[in-house]
Design a protein around this ligand. Sequence first.
Ligand SMILES: Cc1cc2nc3c(=O)[nH]c(=O)nc-3n(C[C@H](O)[C@H](O)[C@H](O)COP(=O)(O)OP(=O)(O)OC[C@H]3O[C@@H](n4cnc5c(N)ncnc54)[C@H](O)[C@@H]3O)c2cc1C
Length: 195
Amino acid sequence: MKKRILVLGAGFGGLELTTLLSGSLGDTVETPPKPATSSTPWPGRSDSASCSPHLFLGVPKHRAPKVVEAAGLTENDWVLVNPRTLETRFPGVYAIGDIAKTGIPKAEVFAEGAARAVASSLIASLGGRGQPELNAGAGSCYVEFGGGRVGRVDVDFFSQPSPVSSFQQPSASLCAEKERFGSSRRERWFGGATP
Ligand SMILES: Cc1cc2nc3c(=O)[nH]c(=O)nc-3n(C[C@H](O)[C@H](O)[C@H](O)COP(=O)(O)OP(=O)(O)OC[C@H]3O[C@@H](n4cnc5c(N)ncnc54)[C@H](O)[C@@H]3O)c2cc1C
């Protein structure tokens, strides 16, 4: 029987991890085509009828979901991991992306980097291919300036003795690069379909 890997959460980290594992281990390991999802009620409210705004924009408290806490994985709202391997204290259990306490900021590019590290580790151990890569803790973030201009920050948070970064001034070419970055992810994770 094929081994089964469940990736919970179809965010940036989950999508990148599932895409890499399906591509490399699809013959021997069963990974769902896309990460599992579930719908949960609005936190703390069962009376949705009494709260029906025309538009509500909100960002809930940033912390690991209750299901992860209930599994005993969290400490002070986050999952403690080895920042370089993303291993938790439970053998065979990894945490990537925002949920993991790695000491670096929570952003898409770092979720994706962590996904690559875990995928390489699983592909090496389960598929016998390649070498496990460590989480680089480095990446680029685009900054919108409006008027068709975008800047870029490149940063390496694991650089010693301290993190290093550089900033590229906003330009039209970086705006085009950001567009390509986004469309490449849509193509990679959703096969070109609009999610
Ligand atoms: C307002 C806002 C703006 C941001 N802007 C930027 C930006 O410009 N650039 C940038 O790099 N980062 C940005 N970020 C951060 C970025 O979105 C996160 O770092 C990134 O999404 C983390 O990816 P992830 O895979 O760890 O988690 P998420 O993308 O949050 O994915 C987690 C997934 O798990 C699902 N999930 C949760 N609970 C359950 C459950 N019980 N069962 C199943 N599924 C579940 C969620 O629905 C979600 O799909 C922004 C964040 C916010 C809130």
